[in-house]
Design a protein around this ligand. Structure first.
Ligand code: ADP
Length: 476
């Protein structure tokens, strides 16, 4: 499946960066334009200021009282078309004394208001009757005892032309820059994300049958490399649990087949022979034995698969450890008596743990059952309970052949047997200890084989002791 360009990470990244870039550049362009306008205006105002001083020096009044504007040597008059200034001079009485030709009879503002003092005004913008914008500076000027009011103006059009030129350059340049950088960014993002495509294609090829395959990682140090590594680790875990599942299914089918084969062959033999009632009673007896074995096996398998699926909810209550050990031992008393064995349960009666009674009892039953199974006739089994390092410790010691230390870890694996023939003869399927291991771990405890217990065999369970509340606290 190919990803849609608009939805790809590459597309979204480019779009996001494009928008940010456009905003950044627009901000910069607006800032630059405002600064330029401000600067042009400053320059124009400064030259207007200089010019009005020059004009003041060029004004003269004739003997008839006419106001005249001279020109500097070798220069055109400031209000000539080539210099472009506009000038108007008013008498103090508010009568126009001089108007530049360029003004075409219009004025650079209303007649001066003499009540408003001072008359001097720094440069400001004024719109002429014909719509043209000019920058005007006004000044009070005294000459030969007469007060004159002058206004000098210059067109703002060149300033605005320069400003709009700059704005159009920016307006064209900005989208072009954003587009060019956007394309380049899209290409770079594509290059950077290429390993993702490769990894996705490779991951699609890996199915349940090829879980041993891994992604090729080019740069383990970067983020994509880390993602690839994490994916490979997940594959390794998946491969391991698939393998466990396969082995479990194969072992379980194998274990189920053994009693079924036995039932069938006993039945077939009985069908071929004829016998009296006691003969058939024996046959049915041995068939039921196999059925019992099958039932136990199916129950163990069910417990394991429910435990794997996390379906078993613990009903934790306060459980007296010694009492529970006595209860488990009592259930196996009959089997032990058949073999003339004795089971002794002793230890500290005050120890309690918070546990699911039935699950913990099953663990003890399995351990004591093994002790009875593997100890010889007349053997002695001891279950001892004591406290150590904040834990309740339960030791199940027997007088059997023991377990060689190299099997100490493996005996807790499913279907693992040290002595296959013997275990099968005793009706075991190699699941008892893995159930013990599970039930102790879900209670936050540990079970292990005591390697120094020889002769015989000793399993040690450690479970955190219940935290006893102070009686006064309980009442409060
Ligand atoms: P099983 O149902 O075969 O007894 P378990 O999981 O309970 O399966 O035990 C695994 C193997 O560990 C057994 O097959 C047996 O070889 C060995 N084992 C367990 N308990 C004892 C014991 N008390 N003495 C000697 N061997 C034992």
């Amino acid at each position: 499946m190919k990803a849609m360009p608009g939805r790809t990470l590459r597309g979204r990244l480019t779009l996001l960066y494009g928008i940010l870039l456009a905003l950044g550049l627009a901000f910069y362009a607006v800032g630059t334009s405002v600064y330029l306008l401000h600067d042009l205006r400053k320059q124009q105002d400064a030259s207007l200021d200089r010019e009005i001083e020059t004009v003041e020096g060029l004004i003269s009044v004739s003997s008839e009282g006419e106001v005249e504007l001279r020109s500097e040597e070798g220069e055109a008059r400031p209000d000539s078309p080539e210099r472009g200034y506009l000038l108007e001079i008013w008498s103090a009485a508010g009568k126009p004394m001089f108007l530049s030709e360029g003004l075409d009879g219009s004025s650079l503002g209303p007649a001066p208001d003499l009540t408003r003092k001072p008359f001097d005004r720094s440069p400001h913008t004024y719109r002429l009757q014909n719509g043209a914008r000019v920058r005007v500076e006004a000044r009070r000027h005294e000459i030969e005892g007469r007060v004159l009011l002058l206004r000098l103006a210059v067109s703002e059009e060149p300033l605005w032309d320069e400003f709009w030129d700059m704005v159009s350059v920016l307006a064209i340049g900005l989208p072009v820059t954003v587009l060019l950088i956007g394309f380049a960014g899209y290409a770079i993002a594509g290059r950077a994300l290429r390993p993702v495509d490769a990894m996705a294609n490779r991951a699609r090829e890996i199915s349940a049958e090829h879980l041993n395959e891994r992604l090729t990682i080019q740069n383990p140090g970067d983020e994509l490399g880390q993602l690839g590594l994490a994916f490979n680790e997940t594959l390794a875990r998946l491969e391991k649990s698939f393998e466990q599942l396969r082995r479990f299914t194969a072992d379980a089918s194998h274990e189920l087949r053994t009693p079924l084969t036995a039932i069938r062959s006993v039945g077939e033999v009985a069908l071929q022979n004829t016998g009296d009632a006691s003969y058939y009673r024996d046959i049915i007896g041995s068939m039921l034995e196999e059925v019992n074995r099958l039932t136990r096996l199916v129950e163990s398998l069910l417990t394991m698969s429910r435990a794997d699926a996390g379906q078993i909810q613990l009903q934790r209550i306060s459980v007296g450890v010694l009492d529970l050990a006595k209860e488990a031992a009592a259930l196996l008393e009959v089997l032990a008596e058949e073999k003339h064995q004795t089971i002794v349960v002793d230890g500290d009666p005050s120890l309690a743990v918070r546990a699911d009674r039935l699950i913990l009892r099953q663990a003890l039953i399995n351990l004591i059952d093994n002790a009875v199974k593997y100890s010889p006739a007349g053997g002695k089994i001891r279950v001892h309970v004591h406290a150590a390092d904040g834990n309740a410790v339960i030791e199940v010691q027997d007088s059997g052949p023991g377990i060689p230390p190299e099997h100490a870890e493996k005996v807790f694996e499913r279907f693992y047997r040290v002595d296959k023939a013997r275990s099968r003869a005793e009706g075991g399927a190699g699941l008892g200890l893995s159930i013990v291991h599970w039930s102790v771990s879900v209670h936050g405890g540990k079970v292990e084989l005591d390697r120094d217990a020889a002769p015989g065999c000793a399993f040690v369970i450690r479970l955190p002791l219940e935290h006893k509340e102070h009686p006064l606290q309980k009442e409060g």
